[in-house]
Ligand binder design. Structure first.
Ligand SMILES: NC(=O)c1ccc[n+]([C@@H]2O[C@H](COP(=O)([O-])OP(=O)(O)OC[C@H]3O[C@@H](n4cnc5c(N)ncnc54)[C@H](O)[C@@H]3O)[C@@H](O)[C@H]2O)c1
Ligand SMILES: [Zn+2]
Ligand SMILES: [Zn+2]
Length: 370
């Protein structure tokens, strides 16, 4: 089918739509996705809200899902865990949000009441955690049901910038919590970030809250590395030659780095982190892994290192919201491509071929009907 034929097909499908259906990006098993009709979500529990999605994005995790790395995602699931929208309907138990409110949707659902939520570990909430676009339908659709709405939505600040604030759904809290906080980045530290995708770049932006002395950025893609340079990386390492670890060791006089942050999710990139961590250093894993990695205890046992993993908790979202809203962080600079939500299939093609397309964050918009 040509692009024009596709567009005609899409338009016809939309004109036939009734108010009980909507368009959504649906996963149909590894490598298979479609923009198709689905029933509109309805309130299922008093704590639910239905949100009309006005802005969404695609995440590296969605690509992992499409690769088949996350088998918990089943055929028919609507993908997407990032977005901004307008509250369309609320359950009787929702007290903090009302119909018509503009909201930022968090990728993590939190009841704020269970033992995990009370420890600030929303990622493992007994009735939530990361479920959106994973085990329940997500935000790459015209409407989405948000369970535990009071704990999972944030008010969109008056005068806020949608393209910056959508980065609060996932990448900013993820980069900051899983990379910077778990890696305990301190003033004067030497930090290496493996992976200059949106998540790695979010680590780069938020690591600078703590004034590290040097930040190495490692990736295969020179275009992404150039962006990292603009965002504050001090040294760029292209790892296409497979020798990133050797280069970093050379550049640090054989010492290695205080913090090595894995923001890709592959055995090879986790191996780089193990090879470059200095004695007394930290490895903070951010990447979603679909395959086992080798842990080189024969080299690490006497290095006094710590290794952390984390699913983003989003507990720092309120703080990051203030920083972004003040204009001190401008994550909208990560946006390279803009598409109408209806063109999400093209947006996926662009994001999946990020190196060729020069893509970082791909924003999808679905403006409010007049
Ligand atoms: N822990 C969490 O809570 C959490 C939350 C969100 C995303 N993630 C994960 O974070 C990771 C990054 O997400 P993203 O959106 O930035 O993904 P992305 O796919 O856009 O970026 C990954 C980057 O890694 C680079 N890369 C690939 N192989 C490499 C290699 N051998 N050496 C160096 N660089 C290499 C790619 O060029 C790309 O720039 C993904 O695994 C994603 O699933 C984790
Ligand atoms: Zn994500
Ligand atoms: Zn909870």
């Amino acid at each position: 089918m040509t692009t024009t034929e596709l567009q005609v097909a899409t338009t016809t499908a939309i004109s036939k739509r009734t108010s009980t259906t909507m368009k959504a990006l649906v996963y149909h098993g590894p490598g298979k996705r479609a923009w198709e009709d689905k029933p509109r979500p309805a309130i299922q529990s008093p704590s639910d809200a239905i949100v009309r999605v006005t802005t969404s994005t695609i995440c590296g995790t969605d690509l992992h899902i499409l690769k088949g790395d996350l088998p918990a995602v089943t055929d028919g699931r609507i993908l997407g865990h990032e977005g901004i929208g307008v509250v369309e309907q609320v359950g009787t138990g929702v007290s903090e949000f009302h119909v018509g409110d503009r909201v930022i949707i968090s990728c993590v659902t939190a009841c704020l009441k269970c033992d995990f939520c009370k420890r600030g570990m929303y990622s493992h909430c007994r009735s939530g955690g990361w479920i959106l676009g994973y085990t329940i339908d997500g935000t790459q659709a015209e409407f989405v049901r948000i369970p535990q709405a009071d704990g999972s939505l944030y008010h969109f600040p008056a005068g806020g910038d949608e393209e910056s604030l959508v980065m609060l759904s996932d990448i900013l809290p993820t980069g900051f919590e899983c990379g910077v906080l778990n890696g305990q980045v301190k003033p004067g530290d030497t930090v290496a970030i493996v992976g200059a995708g949106p998540i790695g770049l979010a680590v780069l932006l938020t690591a600078q809250f703590y004034s590290p002395a040097a930040i190495f950025m490692i990736d295969l893609d020179d275009k992404r590395l150039a962006v990292a340079k603009k965002f504050g990386a001090t040294t760029l390492v292209n790892s296409t030659d497979g020798k990133a670890a050797e280069h970093v060791m050379e550049l640090t006089g054989g010492v290695g780095v205080d913090v090595a942050i894995e923001a890709v999710g592959l055995p090879a990139t986790f191996a780089i982190c193990q090879a470059i961590v200095a004695a007394g250093g930290r490895i903070a894993n951010v990447g979603v892994h679909g395959k086992p990695v080798e842990l080189h205890m024969e080299k690490l046992w006497d290095r006094n290192i710590s290794l952390t993993t984390r699913l983003v908790d989003t507990v720092t979202t309120p703080m990051l919201l203030k920083v972004v809203n003040s204009g001190k962080l401008q994550p909208s600079k990560l946006v390279t491509h803009r598409f109408a939500m209806n063109d999400i299939m093209k947006a996926y093609d662009t994001f999946a071929n990020a190196a060729k397309e020069g893509a970082l964050k791909v924003v999808l918009t679905n403006p409010a009907p007049r």
